[in-house]
Design a protein around this ligand. Structure first.
Ligand code: G6P
Ligand code: MN
Length: 448
């Protein structure tokens, strides 16, 4: 099997390669092509991969290229993991929003919309190219905002593009662990949009164990989301939300903490990664060790402002090792390539799963995966509070897709103004002005 990674110079590529190194079964990935527009980043990541592969006799071979067509031809799987505008762009997304007093997170609120407006045109062009040059390839989208970007790509690739995220998997595993259940055997009733979903039940042997968790403050205090949201709110909600819902349910506190922070997340990561890629220019530097140290620091500081607001303390050791992201990708590839049935929470087109959304809306839901792709599993309807958020955010995503298609500034304003975390149409107008000023990638919004 041949795998192509778009954004092959990205910092998290070694996670994926590390997972591939552990797969020795027949039909595994035997060649990885790294495509990137930045030769320096490609060379740095290629060095890390070489050190990872040392001593592994059947390690997949790697090729690096800056030629997109060459990268796509003959690929069985394409991972899309790009960051349009880089971390510089992410930091600007945060700054412009925070200056207006609204959230500037990478995927949630104004920041997510700005990132989406920049990314959708690029992801759409890639999807078109893939549809031409590798029409039989399966495309796995990691690019954030993952749900929106997957929907944009699905307009050209249909159900051949599948979006992934590690946060629902991590949440399901943590809940299962706390309940003493085997996460691989439990049925996790999770549904929503990417970074906007809820665990409504966890069934073991046909019995829902979630009420036991919700009724026990000690158990609720023993895992990340329990501490983040607090036992009272979780009991009242009757579900456990994805960690990204902290930005909604505790928005005022999160915005204040992000405004007061010394550095935004994007600015911190930009500095940290600049350091890493610069260090990789020194041929004496140990590539894998330097990468792993950088990765561990990134993991440890993930969502630290939210944890601080909630008084949730440090992350747990078991949540720091990563493993979610690349394991979902590997499990998905194995299920498709070998027709090994698996149930995974993925971003796919709704078809009829959630009746409040149309068939083409990409949602995040448990899917049965086999050689024919990912098939969403029927789930109970969403409660009204969740319908409200999910449909409001889907309307925002549709406005982003509309703006990206047409270049309409009005559609971009609508995207910001309709978001539940943007509290005024005037703010939305100023956000569009602010973002178009700082991002060259948004120049298309001036089209008449
Ligand atoms: C989680 C999210 C991803 C995100 C990652 C890294 O795993 O699900 O979508 O890319 O965190 O976040 P960071 O703030 O470290 O870039
Ligand atoms: Mn994610």
């Amino acid at each position: 099997m041949k795998l192509t990674i778009l954004g092959g110079g990205g910092f998290r590529v070694p996670l994926v390669y590390g997972a591939l190194l552990g797969d020795h079964a027949e039909g595994r990935v035997s060649r990885v092509t790294l495509y990137d527009t930045d030769a320096g980043r490609l060379a740095a990541v290629a060095r890390v991969l070489r050190e990872q592969a040392a001593g592994v006799p059947d390690a997949p071979g790697t090729v690096v290229t800056d030629d997109l067509d060459e990268a796509l031809r003959g690929a069985d799987f394409v991972f899309s993991a790009i960051r349009v505008g880089g971390l510089e762009g992410r930091a600007a997304d945060e700054r412009v929003a925070l200056d207006e007093g609204v959230l500037g997170q990478e995927t949630v609120g104004a920041g997510g919309i700005a990132f989406g407006l920049r990314t959708v045109p690029v992801a759409t062009a890639l999807a078109r190219r893939i549809a031409r040059l590798a029409p039989d390839a399966w495309v796995i989208n990691f690019t954030n905002p993952a749900g929106l970007v997957t929907e944009a790509m699905s307009r050209h690739l249909g159900d051949r593009v599948i979006g992934i995220c590690d946060s629902p998997v991590g949440l399901g595993r943590r809940i299962a662990r706390v309940l003493g259940a085997d996460p691989d055997r439990a049925w996790i009733d999770y549904v929503g949009l990417n970074h906007l979903g809820w665990v409504r039940g966890l069934r073991v042997g046909g019995r829902d164990e979630l009420p036991r968790l919700l009724g026990d403050p000690a158990l609720l205090g023993s895992f990340e989301e329990g501490r983040l949201f607090g036992p009272d709110w979780l009991r009242s909600l009757g579900a456990v939300p994805n960690e990204y819902l902290h930005y909604y349910y505790f928005n005022r506190e999160a915005v204040r903490a992000y405004r007061e922070a010394e550095q935004t997340r994007g600015a911190f990561l930009r500095e940290q990664q600049e350091g890493f890629y610069a260090r990789m220019k020194d041929p004496e530097a140990p590539a894998l060790a330097t990468w792993d140290r950088t990765r561990a620091e990134r993991e440890a500081t993930y969502m630290s402002e939210n944890r601080e607001v909630a008084g949730a303390g440090e992350r747990e050791e078991s949540d720091l090792g990563s493993g979610g992201y690349e394991q979902v990708a590997l499990a998905l590839m194995r299920a498709v390539a070998r027709d090994e049935r698996a149930t995974l929470i993925l971003n796919v087109r709704n078809r009829g799963t959630l009746s409040v959304l149309d068939a083409d809306a990409v949602i995040e839901v448990p899917c049965l995966v086999d050689a024919n792709g990912a098939h969403p599993v029927a789930v109970d309807p969403l409660p009204y509070h969740a319908v409200g958020l999910v449909t409001a955010v889907k309307a925002v995503e549709r406005a982003v897709l509309d703006a990206a298609d047409s270049g309409s500034r009005e559609a971009a304003v609508r995207a910001f103004a309709l978001h539940p975390l943007v509290d005024s149409v005037s703010v939305a107008r100023r956000l569009v002005e602010g973002y178009t000023r700082v991002h060259p990638g948004l120049a298309y919004l001036d089209r008449p």
